[in-house]
Design a protein around this ligand. Structure first.
Ligand code: PEP
Length: 253
């Protein structure tokens, strides 16, 4: 798996104009540098999805959403379905981000429903897992990851699992400027692969894309992406500027 996956999570940042500007700049960069060999996904706010999709036309850069609801349609005021995301050009959707778990009370059971409907309706879920600072200090990271994988992947069958991306995002590293070391990330990635082998098969364990997220910057990217088992990154703050996002992508090779 030499081709890495880089996902930009803009969170609740950028209006329509700023989102379009970013996409135009990124397109211009790739046109100048003849594209990229990696897979790149932008996850703007819902309100910019369609416009960003249009701007990205012809670049090979893909589109993802930051969230989705676990029903297909109906009386769920304010929610967004998989079908709606697909109609805006989305291929991916982030599920179980720690900010959703923390501020919107999303449990593993809810995340599981989102993963299942995304797969059912043809979107690729980016399943976020990771321990809090307390859990990290209590040295129960593996137990937490084990439980999150068991619960969030419940009823996900072996045919669908190749469409799932797992993002290991230690909660204490998100938006804090305090990234995990490559060694720490590598150890959790290896644990995750062992768990996937138990749940599915050796082949699935080796081929599932597992990326790291948490305070990735152009400065620490090279070290973080050195281990073979880390297949790319989920980038928050440093994905808001084209230059730093590109620097991160470039430093992975
Ligand atoms: C994220 O939002 O998933 C994230 C990793 O954010 P940051 O890079 O800002 O820590």
């Amino acid at each position: 798996m030499n081709k890495k996956l880089f996902i930009a999570n803009w969170k609740m940042n950028k209006g329509l104009v700023q989102s379009q500007q970013f996409a135009e700049e990124l397109k211009a960069h790739f046109e100048k540098h003849k594209g990229t060999t990696d897979e790149i996904v932008l996850c703007p706010p819902f309100t910019s999805l369609e416009a960003v999709h249009r701007k990205l036309n012809g670049t090979g850069v893909k589109l993802g959403a930051q969230n989705v609801y676990y029903e297909s349609s109906g009386a769920y005021t304010g929610e967004i379905s998989c079908g709606m995301l697909k109609s805006c050009g989305c291929e991916y959707v982030i599920t179980g981000h720690s900010e959703r778990r923390r501020y919107f009370n999303e449990t593993n059971a809810i995340v599981n429903k989102k993963v299942l409907i995304a797969l059912d309706e043809g979107l690729k879920p980016i399943l976020c897992i990771g321990e809090t600072l307390q859990e990290h200090d209590d040295k129960i990271t593996e137990a937490v990851i084990d439980e999150q994988l068991t619960s969030c992947l419940l009823h996900v069958n072996i045919e669908d699992i190749p469409n799932v991306v797992i993002a290991y995002e230690p909660v204490w590293a998100i938006g804090t400027g305090k990234n995990a070391t490559a060694h720490q990330a590598e150890s959790v990635h290896n644990f995750t692969r062992k768990k996937l082998k138990k749940l599915y098969s050796e082949e699935i364990s080796l081929n599932t894309r597992i990326i790291y997220g948490g305070s990735i910057t152009p400065e620490n990217a090279k070290e973080l992406f050195a281990p073979q088992t880390i297949n790319g990154g989920l980038v928050g703050g440093a994905s808001l500027e084209v230059e730093s996002f590109i620097e991160i992508i470039n430093s992975a090779h």
